[in-house]
Design a protein around this ligand. Structure first.
Ligand SMILES: NC(=O)c1ccc[n+]([C@@H]2O[C@H](COP(=O)([O-])OP(=O)(O)OC[C@H]3O[C@@H](n4cnc5c(N)ncnc54)[C@H](OP(=O)(O)O)[C@@H]3O)[C@@H](O)[C@H]2O)c1
Length: 242
């Protein structure tokens, strides 16, 4: 039987790079996304053609509680058992501290923290013993910055969640880890003005953004190495805020 991985936000950026890496390694995939069906379908067809794996797509917005039911129902209807679950999708809100609306603060918390907790609660029985759960955290959850308060705080919460979940997942024989990327060249970063990108590059010791493929191999390592558990693996190219 083929191994199966579910990746939230698996159709672009970091999630897509991880998806490709796992398809190459023989995994069948379930990739969720928010709204860009056309890109999702192109990516799925491309991976299927190149790696011969089954790539299933599911539109499931992580800001909506109904997406938890949707994913759980999909796995149940298709009787899918997972080996790997990757909580990768995340959102931000860059409003100034003085302008943060309660609803926006709540939305970021729901998407980045509540959604993975309650989806995991619903589908934990579908993850095979010996499997693992990986979160995409962020360097911004470790080094406070001044751009998005809710993002930094929720990514810190994601890191804390990983460490706290270890004991809760032990009875299921599941491991849990996070990758905390620094600055990765995805749409998320490419849309920033050139001057801001240069400022960021100057603070990174290797003087460039991370290529998503460089990160993908870290996720694969966390899946394959059974001794990683409760770790937050920072991949920042040697970033220093000052
Ligand atoms: N890029 C960085 O520098 C960086 C650094 C540290 C951590 N991260 C984290 O890495 C993760 C992925 O970021 P990325 O840079 O790879 O992003 P990206 O290139 O913008 O890719 C986003 C992916 O997530 C999906 N997505 C976006 N909003 C969603 C929502 N509300 N519900 C469900 N899916 C959604 C997108 O689907 P659609 O195309 O349909 O919208 C797409 O598949 C996030 O958790 C982010 O916080 C990124």
């Amino acid at each position: 039987m083929n191994k199966v991985a579910l990746i939230t936000g698996g159709t672009k950026g970091i999630g897509k790079a991880v998806a490709e890496c796992l398809a190459q390694a023989g995994y069948d995939l379930i990739l969720t996304y928010s709204s860009d069906t056309r890109t999702a379908e192109t990516v799925a067809a491309d991976f299927h053609r190149r790696y011969g794996k089954q790539i299933r797509l599911l539109q499931a917005d992580i800001t909506q509680a109904s997406s938890i039911d949707r994913i759980a129902q999909f796995l149940s209807e298709q009787n899918i058992r997972l080996n790997t679950l990757i909580f990768n999708a995340g959102i931000t809100c860059r409003d100034a501290f003085e302008n943060i609306a309660f609803a926006d603060w709540e939305r970021v918390f729901f998407a980045n923290v509540h959604f993975p907790v309650f989806l995991l609660q619903r589908i934990i029985g579908r993850i095979q013993a010996g499997g693992s759960v990986i979160f995409t955290g962020s360097l911004m959850g470790i080094e406070p910055h001044s751009v998005s308060l809710s993002y930094g705080v929720t990514k810190s919460a994601v890191h804390a969640l990983v460490k706290n979940l270890v004991k809760f997942l032990e009875p299921y024989q599941l491991r849990v880890n996070a990758v905390a990327p620094g600055f990765v060249d995805t749409e998320w970063q490419k849309n920033k003005p050139a001057e801001i990108r240069r400022n960021i590059e100057n603070k990174i010791a290797v003087k460039r953004f991370c290529d998503p493929d460089e990160l993908a191999s870290v996720y694969k390592m966390l899946i394959e190495n059974n001794y990683f558990n409760g770790e937050i693996v920072v991949v920042s190219g040697g970033y220093a805020y000052k």
